[in-house]
Design a protein around this ligand. Structure first.
Ligand code: FRU
Length: 442
């Protein structure tokens, strides 16, 4: 497992292709991560569900492939849950093509034992047939405690459909959300998720997470979110419809999903696929292709603009990931203290050009610029854009870097801003250089 760009503290499959995280569930203290997988190729092919388990969310051991294509189709993304009675169920999209060559997608249920070793399709599959959408996929099933029913979120083209059920076998359409809200593009709204989070004032809000590809914050795939209310039937956006919010401003953070944990003790914890459909097939690895982000716990914070999602890597995970020194694997917290007009350049991997520039423009205005050079054979890989951020009223700006063999996750402002980017440096093991510059935006 020692390829040059094989991450050491992020999950990547032993071999073959990987995209979205699927079926994330914690059972009997074990974290289960399933994933979109083609074990036989490093390209997106007939999708299976790969499977890995962990007790610390850092060291993963890969289990045998869990779901295989069958007569209903290949196995697209979905979720997993534990019932009150202790049953484990997986929901996925069976993807096939009609005779006319069009996508046909239906939702299926699979039963598993508590060890998640044996997978048995429900005899009534598909449990949710297709009502007429070309893109009808990525079932995320959650338990809505206030109305005591199961809710399935499904991509319906550029909307998220909400379906309700008491037995998880028969589903009824409740509502759909999305038209005129947030960012739209020619691509569908993929891999939805819905998590309750408590605002600092004590009130519970529901955060709806949606993948958008193409059309993200930066070119290609991106993960947006909405803060609102969900009454068991309808999601209502608490912000004006045009508000666009992003879980991550980088190029490589897509299809984020949170773990299901019955009687959960953890704050909702998300993992995303650290890649971008624009160039996912061209990344520079050999035995495998695809890597997951670090797990991030989500919380709501009050900002001048209203409630926003902030995320942080739990301290136990940081410890498990970064306390043992390894080449090209490091984590650093910095207190960045700049005067207006000053900028800090972060140059990674012993390269010439900076990869990030943190600039303070005025007392309260700042930005983080992210720069990535082009790479032969990788379409649309290069970028140079800046994200506006606020500057703290007192004290310095906190910035954290999590680096693993070229995969960089930068966070700032107590986790309000995240930038996840892949690099394929000549020297992934080289240290970072910091340079302070003065002058307009330095
Ligand atoms: C998102 C996605 C999902 C789909 C899966 C197929 O990256 O397009 O919508 O289920 O990938 O692998």
């Amino acid at each position: 497992m020692s390829e040059k760009f094989r991450p050491q503290v992020h999950f990547s499959p032993r071999r073959g292709w990987m995209n979205d995280p699927n079926g994330m569930v914690r059972v009997d203290g074990i974290w289960h991560l399933f994933f979109q997988h083609d074990p036989d190729s490093t390209r997106h092919g007939p999708m299976h569900w790969g499977h890995a388990t962990s007790t610390d969310l850092v060291h993963w051991s890969e289990a045998p492939t869990a779901l295989y294509p069958d007569k209903l189709g290949t196995c697209f993304s979905g979720s997993a849950l534990e019932t009150d009675a202790g049953g484990i169920e997986l929901f996925y999209t069976a993807h096939s093509r009609t005779e006319a060559g069009e996508d046909h997608q239906v939702q299926c249920l699979v039963h598993a034992d508590r060890g998640l070793d044996v997978f048995t399709p429900d005899p009534t599959n598909p449990v949710l047939p297709n009502p007429g959408y070309t893109a009808f996929r990525d079932p995320k099933v959650i338990w809505h405690a206030p109305t005591r029913r199961w809710i399935m979120l499904v991509t319906e083209g550029q909307r998220v459909g909400f379906y309700g059920s008491d037995d998880r076998r028969t589903w009824r359409h409740l509502s759909s959300f999305g038209e005129q809200h947030g960012r739209h593009s020619p691509g569908p709204w993929e891999c939805p998720d819905l998590v309750p989070l408590q605002a600092p004032g004590g009130e519970t809000f529901w955060v709806l997470i949606v993948g958008l590809n193409p059309g993200g914050y930066a070119p290609g795939s991106g993960t947006q979110y909405f803060v609102g209310q969900f009454d068991g039937t309808t999601f209502r956006n608490a912000n004006p419809p045009a508000t666009e919010l992003w879980l991550d401003y980088g190029r490589d953070y897509y299809a984020a999903q949170t773990f299901f944990e019955r009687g959960g003790t953890w704050a909702p914890t998300a993992i995303a696929w650290a890649s971008n459909w624009l160039y996912a097939h061209q990344t520079d690895t050999e035995a495998f292709r695809g890597v997951m982000s670090l797990p991030r716990q989500l919380r709501l914070v009050e900002t001048d603009a209203g409630l926003r999602v902030a995320a942080s890597v739990p301290s136990g995970v940081l410890e498990a990931a970064f306390s043992t020194p390894q080449d090209g694997v490091w984590h650093r917290n910095m207190a960045v203290d700049l005067r207006p007009g000053e900028a800090l350049q972060l140059t990674l991997f012993g390269e010439e050009r900076p990869h990030f520039v943190i600039a303070r423009h005025s007392a309260g205005r700042a930005s983080i610029r992210t720069i990535r050079a082009s790479r032969p054979g990788m379409d649309g890989f290069e970028h140079d854009y800046a994200i506006d951020i606020g500057w703290p009223a007192t004290g310095a700006l906190d910035v954290s870097l999590h680096v693993d063999r070229g995969l960089v996750e930068l966070s700032a402002g107590h986790g309000l801003v995240w930038i996840t980017n892949l690099f394929f440096p000549t020297h992934p093991e080289a240290d970072m250089e910091l340079t302070v510059r003065e002058g307009a935006d330095a």
